[in-house]
Design a binder for this molecule. Structure first.
Ligand code: PSV
Ligand code: MN
Length: 424
């Protein structure tokens, strides 16, 4: 299914007058509003190929209908999102869940929907059918060289797929670690992992980046070999200038100050990108901004400040991606909500009066500093985000139009009610 321009135009025409009434006061109040709109137009957030189906927990999975059965259908789904919001112009593939049968054909199909390929992801956390050696006790950290070599070879293979599709980064997330004290020699596990990462790093094409993703716990519950930003930073620093830390918002221990982590990684030039989601307890993979939108704003506040300090291009210099799971919602509606939440937080961060904030900080004026941040956070920037969307050819209210067009119903009739997406 494809949504065409006339359907979007008709929807926008119907809502345009009411929208104008909301956007005008913001443009009058904030001298930077037009710049903010242009930045929002540029800002794209990649969609992971594994988030288009229904997720689940170890207790069960309650599939919705019309899930994409193939990579082609996943691309079609991201195409639908992108047609509606014009902010989801890239897809991130997990290998081997989503191996293209033909790189050339998949690349051409994605281009039809205006999509490019974001970071490719390797998988050494599951055993695949016909795999020679098991990852039960880890992959790059494994005591057996053969297992380590198998994991290295897989990552190099993933880079090859990515190269063929025009991607320029690989995200390595390792589930390596231990579940019981005494199981692992931490130093040896680190050194073996570093050695493996070095081999993968040396296979990177010249313009590529490697993102080292950390996670505090799960599936290992005593130690993780890339367990926090300190360890990821250590690997990235030892590997070299093409290696960076990737921050997945759900991968911290409760109450971690993620915005401070982000600020310092940026300062060191070692922040590579993001996996956005939200959580209340652990790696809950909930819709971005659904639990703690203020934290998301504070993260973007540090991002904007830190990227500007390094003269970085907001849209292109970091990897922006969602990594979430949808157990009780339509995945496409959920992803539209996540992208919207990210853009809202970004727009609010762009409105922070940086000069005033810096003055308040230097004067130890704590109350003023808080006022400045909350002034931006409490501004309803949704009309600016919608204005950027209209400017890019997207829908004023993506979820409303998605429902009016009965997209899910049509996907169910095309694909069936009992389809299961490849992946998790
Ligand atoms: C692990 O929890 C993770 O965040 C990594 O990014 C994986 O690639 C992804 O989720 C899917 O399991
Ligand atoms: Mn992740």
């Amino acid at each position: 299914m494809k949504i065409d321009k006339t359907q979007i135009q008709k929807h926008n025409d119907k809502l345009y007058t009411a929208h104008q009434r909301k956007v005008k006061p913001l443009v009058n109040e904030f001298p930077s509003a037009k710049k903010v709109i242009n930045k929002l137009v540029d800002f794209q957030i990649a969609i992971p190929s594994w988030a288009l189906g229904t997720g689940g927990t170890r207790f069960g999975r309650f599939s919705g209908g019309g899930e994409p059965r193939t990579l082609e259908e996943k691309i079609e789904d991201v195409g639908l999102l992108h047609a509606l919001n014009k902010s989801s112009g890239a897809i991130s593939l997990h290998i081997p869940w989503d191996i293209p049968a033909s790189n050339r054909k998949i690349k051409a199909l994605a281009a039809e929907y205006g999509l490019t390929f974001d970071a490719v992801n390797s998988n050494t956390f599951q055993d695949q059918p016909n795999q020679k050696h098991s990852y039960k006790f880890g992959s790059l950290q494994h005591v057996n060289t053969k297992v380590r070599q198998q994991a290295i070879d897989h990552n190099i293979d993933v880079i090859k797929y990515g190269k063929a599709l025009g991607s320029n980064s690989i995200t390595v997330w390792l589930s390596d670690g231990s579940s019981f004290p005494g199981q692992l020699n931490f130093r040896k596990a680190f050194q073996r992992t570093l050695e493996g990462l070095r081999e993968i790093y040396s296979a990177l094409p010249p313009n590529w980046r490697m993102f080292v993703e950390y996670k505090a716990f799960e599936p290992n519950f005593y130690s993780m070999t890339v367990g926090d930003w300190g360890q990821s930073y250590l690997y990235a620093s030892k590997l070299g200038p093409k290696a960076f830390t990737l921050v997945d918002l759900g991968h911290h221990l409760p109450h971690a100050n993620i915005e401070q982590i982000v600020s310092l990684l940026l300062m060191e030039g070692k922040l590579g990108g993001f996996h956005f989601n939200d959580s209340k307890y652990g790696d809950d993979d909930l819709t971005v901004g659904s639990i703690n939108p203020y934290q998301l704003f504070l993260i973007f506040n540090e991002l904007v400040e830190g990227m500007d300090a390094r003269h970085m291009d907001h849209a292109r210099d970091l990897g922006w991606m969602i990594d979430a799971s949808h157990n009780v919602k339509d995945p496409l509606e959920d992803l539209l909500q996540s992208v919207e939440a990210i853009k809202i937080a970004y727009a609010q961060a762009l409105l922070v009066d940086r000069k005033e904030l810096s003055r308040a900080q230097e004067a130890n004026d704590v109350a003023k500093a808080q006022e400045i941040l909350q002034q931006a956070y409490r501004t309803d920037v949704r009309p600016l985000v919608a204005e950027a969307r209209i400017k890019s050819g997207g829908a004023l209210k993506p979820i409303q139009l998605y429902r009016e067009l009965n997209v899910r119903k049509q996907l169910v009739s095309e694909r069936g009610i009992k389809t299961v997406a490849t992946g998790l």
